[in-house]
Design a binder for this molecule. Structure first.
Ligand code: MG
Length: 289
């Protein structure tokens, strides 16, 4: 299944499913509910919604405006330096344990929304194409061998980062440097795990103005999805709808010579073959002097 959210003609968000080139809307009150709340009732609820939707009227996918599939996840957990070449390009050691941080869900943006260069940090904003994972059910101390049973599906993410805040603010402000509004485009939909039998084969790319800047397969992660789920759940209970961003491959702007920071007018295309593409235009904040 491919589940997305889109605004209806009155601007109210509706849950829909993609089948081929068509979109089927979930009818009634159920289709209006925030997806995090639906997922909280278990993965079966998604199947029920799918069955109700696909018996309805198809709408063309082309031309459908999409929002982020999830707007209020309980947690957005992110992994730093999870590809060897990316760790090397940042002149960091390859870590022996996963490096975890979080983003605020207020940073979430839709698959075609603008990424806004913030007034407080407009000069060193960077892209990070990543494979995102959606958690399906509650769990703590999850064994690696059991971890796939906690994966609902996948999405494309861009972990946009203001490097000057991340690196130069006191203590290294990873949370805030990565949580300016619009710094987390996700989507274009959630593809459920049954459609992706081998996530290690997923091909992640990032293009800026059609120039390929990141190009990697998810199988080259240092810490695999099951390892990450096991590691995180030793500390924190995972809940349905929680998001895990699995880290970015090499090719970030900070590692280019000279550095390549996002500029107003840039079009950033973050893609994972088999899932979809985010296409976000970079803009300057309206209150920028
Ligand atoms: Mg990242």
């Amino acid at each position: 299944m491919r589940v997305l959210r889109r605004p209806d003609e009155r601007g109210a968000l509706r849950t829909c499913f993609v089948e081929g080139e068509h979109v089927f809307e979930v009818p009634g009150d159920e289709g209006a509910r925030e997806l995090s709340l639906v997922l909280d009732e278990g993965p079966d609820q998604l199947v029920t919604m799918y069955e109700a939707a696909v018996s309805g009227v198809p709408h063309p996918l082309i031309g459908t405006a999409l929002t982020a599939p999830l707007l209020r996840p309980r947690a957005v957990l992110c992994v730093g330096r999870n590809y060897v070449e990316h760790a090397t390009e940042t002149r960091a050691e390859v870590s022996t344990e996963p490096i975890l941080f979080a983003k605020l869900c207020s940073a979430i943006a839709g698959p075609t929304d603008d990424v806004v260069l913030p007034t407080a940090a407009p000069h060193r904003v960077d892209y990070e194409a990543e494979l995102g994972v959606v958690i399906s059910r509650r769990g703590r101390n999850i064994a690696e061998a059991d971890a796939w049973n906690y994966v609902l599906g996948y999405f494309v993410a861009n972990d946009v980062t203001a490097r000057d805040w991340q690196v130069k603010k006191p203590g290294g402000q990873w949370l805030l440097g990565k949580s300016f509004d619009t710094f987390l485009p996700i989507g274009p939909w959630i593809v459920t795990a049954d459609e992706i039998p081998d996530p290690a084969g997923l091909h992640i790319t990032c293009r800026i103005n059609d120039e390929l800047v990141q190009d990697e397969t998810a199988g080259h992660m240092i810490f695999s999805i099951p390892t990450l789920i096991a590691y995180i759940s030793r500390v924190a209970s995972l809940s349905p709808g929680d998001l895990i961003l699995t880290g970015t491959p090499a090719g970030i702007g900070a590692a280019c010579v000279p550095p390549r920071w996002l500029q107003p007018g840039d079009v950033v295309e973050t893609s994972i073959a088999g899932i979809g593409t985010l296409r976000n235009t970079v803009t300057r904040a309206l209150d920028h002097p």
